[in-house]
Design a protein around this ligand. Structure first.
Ligand code: NAP
Length: 453
């Protein structure tokens, strides 16, 4: 693809200067009206001093990703990660480039290209079908703003070599490029692959699970084909067990069976899915937050199976870090449902089932609500229910190098009397994650397995 031809840009006019508090801390905000007519915002941390080697992100505006948290792209996560990196360093600039929407084809054309992508075109071909270039961003305005800020050379946060060349051509020295990979979501895995293959971005989805500890973890080989069935989400069952098959000791302790690397992969799997699900037993025992913290990625919808709504009021899963839905039955009290509603916690009532809630119905409710991919993290009863109900598409099991003897077994009774009748696992792969082993496999569907009701 052609490199951006630098356009003649007039000196931007500074139109506002103030401080702004953000989730990543306080920044100086300077607004510049550029020759193109667009207003660029610079979030400046610390003193740029001699202007050399300034940690810099030139972030192309993306309304859907940045403001609405769309999972079609990686923009929102990149924006937040850049701000955090700059805040951590204590010196740097995030330049928010308005007019770069949809790689500068504009919002309407970007949305039209999205519609074409629904029919199978990739992001490059969709633009071409609309008679537009794959990327028409120009970096002249960005360079002019950086000069006004006193930035003379940058360490650029980007995966995009064209952006680096664009800034160089526009007169900004680039001392180095720092990758800004994000852990992929099932919904943007193909988009990230296209950016790598056709737009030459460098590892936008991070490192494969078998590499050393990277920032983002590309879970594509772990998650497999990820095709969503008609009546329920694509279900990935993930748990960590000891070599002797325990997910907790006999006192219920499970922190931490697996090491840091394996737990990062769990967070990357969360970031890959629309929802993460546990049973209320795990909430009561472990009080997990179920957010994505160890990799750059978005936290999915948190879902708890809790037929009587007995989870504690102070459970972390009820905090406001992410959206939460509880799946209950009519055995829960109306007053409790109302109280949770007032805390903006969703409650969906389904029929009771033998183990709590009717699982197939719960999954159908989630699918109708738009949950296409679901990570099930346990605990033991929930794992057993999903496997017994043949409701798992992919298993990912971490195996830790320890033996604890009596404890909570990962999988309970599946009514299997003969080895030959065990669940068949296909498309298998094995990785090491630090000291742990990771086994991923598809759960073969029985030929006559009923669809979920
Ligand atoms: N190592 C790991 O990867 C890992 C991961 C998670 C948990 N754990 C460990 O697992 C242990 C907790 O296991 P657990 O079995 O007590 O908890 P759980 O499986 O998380 O929760 C079970 C509870 O969920 C509710 N539930 C509602 N519908 C259900 C259904 N269809 N099937 C199954 N459960 C349903 C039931 O409570 P109601 O009847 O009240 O609805 C049930 O008692 C803890 O020791 C925890 O540390 C380990």
């Amino acid at each position: 693809m052609d490199d951006p031809a630098p356009q003649q840009s007039t000196v931007p006019e500074e139109v506002a200067r103030l401080t702004i508090g953000t989730a990543a801390g306080e920044f100086g905000l300077r607004a510049f009206k550029c020759g193109s007519g667009f207003v660029y915002l610079a979030l400046v941390k610390g003193d740029v001093g001699d202007g050399r080697g300034v940690l810099t992100r030139v972030h192309s505006e993306c309304l859907t990703g940045d403001a609405l948290g769309s999972l079609r792209c990686d923009c929102g996560v990149q924006l937040r990660t850049s701000l955090r990196s700059i805040a951590a360093e204590g010196r740097g600039v995030l330049l928010y480039a308005t007019g770069h929407e949809g790689r500068s084809i504009g919002l309407v054309e970007k949305l039209r290209a999205y519609v074409l992508q629904e029919d199978g075109l990739d992001t490059v071909d969709a633009n071409h079908r609309l008679g537009l270039p794959a990327d028409r961003r120009d970096y002249g305005d960005a360079a002019a703003c950086l000069r006004l800020l006193g930035v003379r050379s940058v360490r650029l946060l980007t995966n995009n070599p064209r952006k680096e060349r664009g800034l160089r051509h526009a007169g900004i020295a680039v001392d180095g490029v720092l990758p800004l990979a994000t852990s992929p979501h099932v919904r943007n895995i193909d988009y990230l692959a296209t950016k790598e293959r056709r737009l030459r971005h460098v590892d936008p989805a991070g490192s494969p699970p078998l590499d050393g500890i990277g920032e983002a973890v590309d879970i594509a080989p772990l998650i497999g084909r990820a095709t969503t069935p008609r009546a329920r989400p694509f279900v990935v069952l993930k748990y960590a067990q000891t070599l002797d098959g325990r997910i907790a000791t006999r006192s219920g302790d499970s922190k931490w069976i697996s090491g840091e690397r394996e737990r990062r992969i769990s967070h990357a799997l969360r970031a890959a899915c629309d929802g993460v699900l546990v049973g209320v037993g795990t909430v009561i025992t472990d009080d997990p937050q179920l957010t994505v913290r160890l990799v750059p990625g978005s936290t999915p919808l948190r879902i708890v199976l809790d037929s009587r709504l007995r989870l504690p009021d102070e459970a972390k899963v009820l905090d406001d870090q992410a959206c939460t839905v509880l799946i209950a039955t009519s055995r829960s009290s109306r007053a409790r449902r109302r109280a949770l509603d007032a805390r903006r916690v969703g409650v969906r009532v389904v029929d009771p089932g033998p183990e709590g809630v009717a699982l197939a119905q719960a999954l159908s409710v989630l699918r109708e609500a738009g949950v296409r991919s679901l990570l099930v993290e346990g605990g033991a009863r929930v794992i057993t229910s999903f496997l017994a109900g043949r409701l798992v598409d992919r298993v990912v099991v971490g195996i830790a190098p320890t033996i604890v003897g009596a404890g909570t077994e990962a999988v309970g009774d599946l009514q299997v009397a003969r080895i030959a009748n065990g669940l068949r696992l296909t498309d298998r792969s094995v990785y090491t994650a630090g000291e742990d082993l990771l086994v991923a496999a598809d759960v073969a569907r029985e030929p006559d397995a009923p669809e979920v009701r």
